[in-house]
Design a protein around this ligand. Structure first.
Ligand SMILES: NC(=O)c1ccc[n+]([C@@H]2O[C@H](COP(=O)([O-])OP(=O)(O)OC[C@H]3O[C@@H](n4cnc5c(N)ncnc54)[C@H](OP(=O)(O)O)[C@@H]3O)[C@@H](O)[C@H]2O)c1
Length: 308
């Protein structure tokens, strides 16, 4: 399989390492992944677009929640040229999912997005494959490991939000500018993608009511603990009593008997309720650039196996 990597930062470099590390395992199923192009900012993409031997574009550009660029135009161009697209860039899917899905179908190629909703957590692919033939009626999840780590830290040490954030930054868990995570937008983006793809709902980020964790105090966390609850940043899509679809991201007090209560540290989890398969909870998966790259590789392997 010949691939082009577009945007080769943290995840892209981890993918290059992983392709070497997993070479023998991949060779066992006759999968030899050759990185034919690495495309960065300002590079000409026409040689890759017109290369008949190029199979797949792996788009790892930065997520832009406002308009999906630059990744969205790359995805359009490579799908239009008849190349499969595998991406980790949430902005592309938030802003272009329906258009790109239809374009991929017209061109007879695939759009793989397993890394966009929690990296190693098999949230979207499990929803697509393992819940086929049923309707998902609600989605609930802890979809951001950074905020979960901060809330865990506040609970276990009794410290204030700023101190827990600082510790997460020192540990390389939170970014220098953590606003997308702590203000809830990363969770909102992932929830939106799950809702669009798995529930086939035409929704946008404007439809998500978003509140992050920045206003929570040590006293809030302590009071929740006194009533046997834990604060978690929960993304939820569900229908209200009048049948309206409601998407929200909020810090919520989760009781001890709830399945999301035990999601600790950087872990993530998603819970689906379906009309025929009941309730399914997926939990865990490592965080960081290598596990994210591993989830991109997972999509490449499943493309090779014709399972996407
Ligand atoms: N890191 C994770 O753990 C993780 C997990 C899941 C999903 N993701 C998603 O995966 C994507 C990549 O993440 P990352 O951590 O690798 O980000 P990153 O380190 O910021 O890498 C992004 C790369 O894209 C390049 N780039 C920027 N604009 C470009 C353009 N117009 N054309 C081509 N390349 C361009 C950047 O180059 P410059 O250096 O020139 O800016 C950089 O090399 C993001 O969308 C992120 O949300 C990341």
């Amino acid at each position: 399989m010949n691939i082009a990597i577009i945007g080769c930062g943290g995840v892209g470099k981890a993918l290059l390492e992983l392709l070497e590390r997993q070479h023998t395992l991949l060779a066992e199923e006759n999968l030899y992944i050759n990185v034919k192009y690495i495309i960065g900012r300002g590079d000409d993409i026409s040689p890759a677009l017109t290369d008949a031997d190029l199979d797949t574009a792996v788009i790892l550009t930065p997520t832009n929640k406002d308009n999906g660029q630059p990744g969205l135009d790359y995805a359009r161009a490579f799908l239009a040229a008849g190349k499969h697209v595998v991406t980790a860039d949430k902005g592309i899917i938030i802003h272009g999912y329906t258009e790109l899905r239809d374009l991929a179908e017209t061109k007879g190629v695939k759009l793989a997005l397993g890394c966009t909703t929690g990296g190693a957590l098999p949230s979207i692919n499990a929803g697509i494959f393992d819940m086929a033939g049923s309707s998902i009626i609600s989605i609930e999840g802890i979809l951001n490991g950074t905020t979960n780590y901060i809330l865990d830290e506040m609970e276990s040490t009794g410290c204030e939000y700023a101190e827990a954030l600082n510790k997460a930054q020192q540990a390389g868990i939170a970014e220098a500018n953590p606003s997308l995570d702590v203000e809830g937008w990363d969770t909102a983006g992932k929830l939106l993608i799950l809702t669009k793809v798995l529930m086939d709902e035409n929704v946008s980020l404007d439809d998500v009511k978003v509140e992050g964790i920045t206003r929570l105090t040590a006293a809030d966390i302590r009071m929740a603990a006194e009533t046997g609850c834990r604060y978690k940043l929960v993304g939820r899509t569900a229908f209200d009593e009048t049948g309206n679809l409601i998407l929200s991201v909020n810090p919520e007090q989760i009781p001890a008997d709830h399945l999301l209560y035990s999601v600790s540290g950087k872990n993530k989890s998603v819970r689906y309720v379906s009309d025929t398969l009941g309730e399914l909870v997926i939990m865990g998966g490592a965080s960081g650039t290598t596990p994210a790259a591993a989830s991109v590789l997972r999509d490449l392997v499943n493309l090779h196996r014709n399972r996407i």
